[in-house]
Design a protein around this ligand. Sequence first.
Ligand SMILES: [Zn+2]
Length: 282
Amino acid sequence: MKKESLKAELRQLNFPKDSIIFITINTGAIGYFRKNKSETYNDLLEILISILDLKKGGIIFAAYTKGSFLLKPTRTFSKRSKSYAGNFINYLIKHKAIYRSQHPFESYIGLGKRAEEVLKSHDSESGPYTIFNSFIEKNNSYYLMIGTWNDGKNAPPSLHHCQEILGLTRKFTFKYFEKIYHQEMKRIFLRKQSGGCSKGGKKLAIELLEKKIAQQFKFGNANSIIIDPTASFIYTLEKLKKDEKAYVCEDSNCLSCRGNYYNNPLRFVQIILHKLRQKIFR
Ligand SMILES: [Zn+2]
């Protein structure tokens, strides 16, 4: 697979040079490999930004970090601290041109003028997903899910964004159980909100495709989609207003979905007892 052919695949999507693009990506699904990981990642970054003028547009990725349980030693969030979003994101975090937003748990990284503008406004006081407001009713804004929309792990951005707007991200089981030390601000933050599980997001992605709010494309071997931020926001908000559990995952033991303490306290207690029993009688 050639670098130029991947660039050509992106060019076919006709992004204006000043676009702002939020990307979730599974680099392994693309099938593009160089001698080592850093060469591969360096090329992939070059390919992704080749469609833009970084003096005008920008790209953004999620670089979320895990805190630690209250009774355990405190983890630290800093500009360079590792994300659980995978090797490519951690490669980008170390990249000198990358800008990172300052939310202690849900930080985002990006490159380019428009990305920096968006990331600057996202700090420790922001909701975890408010950043996506900057994609709604804006010129030339897009979401890309490269090899991630049907992996059963990732959700279209509108899912957690709309959950946040409807107050659902405040109803999560382990509220105030997770802490992180913010190096720059020199203080500890507790987690107040979470989008929780994204496994039900595939269902939303399929609906967005059916409604023609999303379109499929190939990026190397990665089955990918491009999503209209405004239309997906309107669609997802309506769905969640009617049924806030519309996109819970299939796992009956999931503590952020069917076993969420706020939605179903009885199921929550059952799951915890089950886990304890397994621990004790193992
Ligand atoms: Zn779940």
